[in-house]
Design a protein around this ligand. Structure first.
Ligand SMILES: [Cu+2]
Length: 504
């Protein structure tokens, strides 16, 4: 799609003839393309860095004068999410599209179909506003929003960390200024479809697993405002993080056999970022950033998929099998395996859930197609984490755990399926994702359906469960030598529960 003249005029009217936006649109028509650069390259040009800082500084000054100024810093962070009352901007603020993992087994996830397509125009309009602010502040060097390639660079780009609040508009208080890039997953890049065939199949697509890890993991690991979905865009690093997310969507789209959704409802979904309705885009229009929005990235090379191996866990906890309760007269959950409470800190932790033989057989039978289960047979199984709470060192974020269900592969390796994530940004909530019920980090019970997980693990016979199911809390944060032990998360109990078909 190419921008129409009408669209150009409406952009122009929108923020008082912002030249950069008009220019953007004209360039899109004439074929000149703006290039978003790697922050590393960008940082080598002091003029560009100065212009970026001037723009952010100017936007922050506008917020000081009027919190809801649509050309100000707070406005753009609040369009994503805000902890303040949105007042008259209720339809514009708190719009970010994010998947949340819900404790309710009947609604294990709320899948965000527009995580990636909502953020693209969000960044585009923010970038135009930022460039206008830079011009107003007197900067004459043109620039585009840079991206932070955290697959290659552990450190938050230095232009965001040097100096202080008083001297550098890009500076922000963060828990970590360095992450562990090797712990971020690249395996979503392997998936051929953007969205899953159904909600319970959320792992079988690019967008949802990618949103969790690397996207959510980076939010979790930086911590501070970045680790809070409602405050994250206040931190300038948010924008270069999401520029990399946006870049990887382009990379994924260009890889062979990968396709964005073709259904009309998805394509016609409209996002509006201002009250007048001038900053508007549809999902279908922005799947090609270059054709519709006039920008590309300096690196759009396909990436090999890569799944970080399960690290040897520092702690392995296991319990003796529990006796399997007999069939019950109703379908209430029965516990077939349970483990002691665990505290999650600096290192990974593995928990072996030992299963009595009868439970091994019944769990295996869940994965095989066959006649409907007879009276008293297991019809469903869940991995249940109860009393999951933020620990004493976790409130401000700065940590991220993948929750993996694993089995040995018979050759000293491990088969693994990611079933969830624990971090402050991705903390499970039972609402739409904006923390309305019970607060941002309220204690939760996580109930994870196991049937698909066991199928994906490739469970071929009950004997493979002879040593139980191993649950690994895989730490993605860096271990800092000499650091005192941390308590990021406390998990009150871990168990496998089943429900059985009613006895006649
Ligand atoms: Cu984000």
């Amino acid at each position: 799609m190419t921008l129409t003249r009408r669209a150009i005029l409406s952009y122009a009217a929108l923020i008082g003839l912002p030249q950069v936006v008009v220019q953007t649109a004209v360039e899109a028509q004439t074929g000149a393309v703006r290039t978003r650069q790697n922050a590393k390259t960008f940082s080598q040009d002091p003029q560009k860095v100065a212009a970026l800082r001037a723009g952010v500084g100017k936007m922050k000054a506008r917020t000081q004068a009027n919190q809801d100024d649509p050309l100000g810093w707070y406005y753009w962070s609040a369009v994503h999410g805000t902890t303040d009352d949105p007042g008259s901007l209720g339809k514009i603020y708190n719009q970010c599209e994010h998947t949340r993992f819900r404790p309710n087994p009947l609604r294990p996830t709320a899948v965000a179909e527009h995580f990636i397509s909502w953020h693209r125009p969000f960044l585009f309009f923010f970038e135009a506003t930022l460039k206008r602010a830079a011009q107003e502040a007197g900067a004459t060097t043109p620039f585009e929003l840079p991206y932070w390639n955290w697959y290659e660079d552990d450190d938050v780009p230095k232009i965001f960390t040097e100096g202080s609040d008083a001297t550098n508009p890009l500076w922000h208080a963060r828990v970590n200024e360095s992450i562990n890039s090797g712990a971020l997953s690249r395996s979503p890049l392997d998936q051929k479809a953007l969205l899953p065939p159904s909600v319970s199949d959320w792992r079988k697509c690019f967008s949802i697993p990618f949103e969790l890890d690397p996207h959510g993991a980076v939010h979790n690991l930086i911590g501070g405002d970045m680790g809070n979905i409602l405050a994250s865009a206040r931190d300038p690093v948010f924008w270069v993080h999401h520029a990399n997310i946006d870049r990887l969507w382009t990379v994924w789209t260009k890889m062979a056999g990968h396709a964005n959704p073709s259904d009309t409802a998805w394509k016609q979904t409209t996002f509006t970022y201002d009250q007048a309705g001038d900053m508007k885009q549809t999902a279908g229009a922005v799947v090609d950033s270059q054709g519709s929005l006039g920008y590309r990235y300096d690196d759009e090379t396909p990436l090999p998929a890569f799944q970080p191996a399960v690290v040897a866990a520092a702690t392995i906890q296991s319990d003796a099998p529990m006796p399997l309760p007999g069939p019950t007269a109703n379908s209430a959950m029965a516990t077939v395996a349970a483990a002691k409470p665990v505290t999650l800190g600096t290192s990974s932790v593995a928990v072996d859930l030992k299963l009595p033989q009868s439970a091994q057989t019944q769990l295996h039978s869940l994965t095989t197609a066959g006649a409907p289960p007879g009276p008293g047979a297991i019809t469903a199984a869940w991995l249940v984490l109860e009393d999951v709470e933020i620990g004493a060192d976790g409130k401000n974020g700065g940590f991220s755990f993948n929750i993996l269900a694993t089995l040995p592969d018979g050759q000293q390796g491990t088969r693994q399926v990611k079933v969830g994530q624990l971090g402050t940004f991705t903390w499970p909530t039972d609402d739409g994702g904006h923390g309305a019920h019970g607060g941002h980090l309220a204690p939760v019970t996580l109930t994870i359906p196991l049937k698909d997980v066991l199928s994906e693990l490739g469970l071929s016979n009950p004997g493979e469960l002879a040593n139980g199911l191993r649950v690994v809390f895989q730490a993605q944060h860096k271990e800092n030598p000499g650091e005192p032990p941390k308590q990021f998360v406390k998990v009150g109990s871990i168990s496998i529960k089943t429900s059985t078909a009613p006895l006649q």
